[in-house]
Design a protein around this ligand. Structure first.
Ligand code: SAM
Ligand code: SF4
Length: 332
């Protein structure tokens, strides 16, 4: 599938739930109202939509949320999609992966690896136990660390995702880079994005990654590389550790030009852009008995509406998010 701006759309991100066992301050309000379960697609409906995308050329699927591993029986979806990896030359999935907060990985890492998952992104914004609890509001760092090491032990390549927050974790990136190097993990830093009401001011937390990179360069040799994962991060080799560091900079750098992805929410709404409200709703189609051909037509029609880019701006005067829905709805 090629969008109106000539970009091949090969990457689908699927949010399987809006729920989470943590309440990260930049992502959710403490007291969230989650969707009623009947509004969610069933795992079978999700599998059917994913299969439609795979038939149309999608070769990478990332399962996310909310916290994907808190959805009951979600491993069945991984097992079903894992069966579509590499079926026939140029066909099928090349990669099935997930983004998780790691709390349930002790339980699921081996099953995920057996299903065909090879890489996992685990969100960890700090190595300090108290700070971890402050950021996640009620998380315990040991649970996430145990999950990370369970994933490593199961043979999964681990990438650590950290949201860079001014005055919160900005002094830790040297230590995190060293820790990732020691354990064989890549590190990916993310700028905070103005998505969803979080009962607080995000503009105070915004830290441009250009500043972080310049600071890291005082200690580390960051060598240019062509490495790409199919996602929006720009990577550098960290010469001293042999691992990589990635930077996702939606706010300082326009990352839309090479955008190859669309996002499906847990209710079956397809967002063609993380930062725009235009969407296509697949749930009514699925529940009205759409054929495979109907679904394919609807996907193609949605892709034909993919916009050129987002227009995130932090509304400083009104203290309102640029996009009203939470990241946990669209899937980070
Ligand atoms: N619960 C899983 C996790 O935390 O990895 C998956 C979903 S979470 C929404 C996906 C990613 O989005 C996480 O790495 C999280 O840190 C990031 N994220 C959430 N809200 C964000 C925001 N407002 N700006 C930037 N990144 C955000
Ligand atoms: Fe949950 Fe992930 Fe959002 Fe944190 S970032 S509240 S772990 S969905």
């Amino acid at each position: 599938m090629i969008d109106p701006f000539g970009r091949p759309i090969t990457y689908l991100r699927v949010s399987v739930t809006d729920r989470c066992d943590l309440r990260c301050v930049y992502c959710m309000a403490e007291d969230m109202t989650f969707l009623p379960k009947r509004d969610l697609l069933t795992l079978e409906e999700m599998e059917r939509l994913c299969t439609t995308f795979i038939r149309l050329g999608t070769n990478k699927i990332r399962i996310t949320g909310g916290e994907p591993l808190v959805r009951r029986d979600v491993v069945h979806l991984f097992q079903a999609l894992g069966g579509r990896i590499g079926t026939g030359p140029g066909q099928g999935l090349r990669e099935l992966t997930l983004t998780t907060n790691g709390t349930q990985l002790v339980k699921h890492a081996e099953t995920l690896a057996a299903a065909g998952v090879r890489r996992v992104n685990v969100s960890l914004d700090t190595l300090d136990a108290n700070r971890f609890t402050q950021i996640t509001r009620w998380g315990r760092i040991e649970q996430t660390l145990d999950g990370i090491f369970a994933a490593k032990a199961a043979g999964l390549a681990v990438k650590i995702n950290a949201v860079a927050m001014k005055g919160v974790n900005e002094t830790e990136f040297d230590a995190m880079l060293a820790w990732c190097g020691e354990h064989g993990f890549d590190l990916c830093l993310i700028e905070t994005m103005p998505m969803g009401d979080i009962q607080g001011d995000r503009t105070d937390q915004y830290l441009p990654l250009s500043v972080v990179r310049a600071r890291l360069r005082k200690t580390w040799t960051l060598a240019e590389t062509d490495y790409r994962t199919g996602g929006p991060a720009r990577y550098f080799d960290v010469v001293e550790t042999g691992q990589r560091i990635g930077f996702i900079t939606p706010m300082t750098h326009n990352f839309c030009e090479s955008c190859n992805r669309v996002r499906l929410t847990c209710t079956g709404t397809l967002y063609m852009c993380l930062g725009q409200d235009d969407a296509a709703d697949f749930r009514p189609l699925l529940r009205a008995g759409a054929t495979d051909a109907d679904l394919e037509d609807a996907v193609r029609e949605a892709i034909s509406r993919k916009p050129k880019g987002h227009d995130f701006i932090i509304d400083r005067r009104h203290d309102k998010p640029a996009v009203a829905r939470h990241m946990s709805v669209t899937g980070g």
